[in-house]
Design a protein around this ligand. Structure first.
Ligand code: JBE
Length: 251
């Protein structure tokens, strides 16, 4: 999988050299390219933003600079190569585990990281005519820009690529993995020593009874999900039903 990330803070993406994502890159499973948006600015100050039409606080990123950047980056791929444009924004649809699985099946992602109040809305509208465009939010919290969200999305996606996880069996057990429904969250885990500061490990985990262990884990998992995330239990979940990636969208 190829991932191109466009940002005014290329250094912000340097954690992608570390840990599991860095290893996937060195193994040739993931090909990441980070681009400085300012290299497509045209004035002496390399301006990428301007004040919002209609007034109001903050600055908006200019569509002409983004257009030049995205045209150039799209041209880097194989001819006719089908990239998906991902725009991290707090006003996007939720980025969830099923969405990470969908992205992990794409050959090529281009992630456009905005700062300030966001990117002129015509950029998403224009590129939607030539490629799939998806605006994602990684949580109901406001960040200073899309870079930290891009890190989240690349890491969540990369660990699902074949050959990346050491233990291929571990992904289906993840919290939020499809099929866990009422037990979306993983329960508590334990390792040696059996007694630590007076706290013991639940007997069932030492029993060697695999059926009993599976039932206990499922129970702890369902209980934790009800307590921590009542929103995940009941109607509306799992969210595997949400509209597909290429779905056309209004403003
Ligand atoms: O979640 N996001 O993709 C964001 C992007 C930019 C700012 N805040 C966010 N939450």
């Amino acid at each position: 999988m190829r991932v191109d990330i466009i940002t005014i803070f290329p250094d912000y993406l340097s954690p992608l050299e570390l840990s599991l994502v860095g290893k996937a890159r060195r193994a040739g499973i993931l090909d990441v390219h980070v681009h400085d948006l300012r290299s497509w600015a045209t004035d002496r100050h390399r301006t990428v933003d301007d004040s919002p039409y209609g007034g109001g606080p903050g600055m908006v990123m200019r569509p002409d600079v983004w257009g030049a950047a995205l045209d150039a980056v799209r041209a880097l791929g194989p001819v006719g190569g089908s990239a998906t444009l991902v725009i991290p924004t707090p006003s996007g649809r939720p980025f969830t585990q099923p969405r990470a699985q969908e992205l992990s099946a794409s050959p090529w992602l281009i992630i456009a990281c905005g700062r300030y109040e966001g990117i002129d809305a015509r950029v998403a509208a224009h590129y939607r005519e030539v490629m799939p465009v998806i605006e994602f939010s990684v949580g109901d919290v406001v960040l200073a820009g899309g870079e930290a969200a891009a890190l989240v999305m690349v890491e969540a996606t990369a660990r699902l690529l074949p050959g990346v996880l050491g233990n291929e069996a571990s992904a289906p057990d993840d919290s939020f993995a499809p099929g866990r429904s009422g037990a979306a969250l993983e329960g508590p885990v334990f390792t040696r020593p059996p007694v630590w500061r007076g706290l013991t490990v639940p007997d069932v985990l030492l029993s060697g009874d695999h059926g009993a262990v599976a039932r206990w884990r499922n129970e702890r998992s369902a209980d934790r999900t009800r307590r921590m995330r009542p929103d995940l239990v009941g109607p509306g979940y799992p969210d595997d039903k949400v509209l597909p990636l290429a779905e056309s969208e209004e403003w």
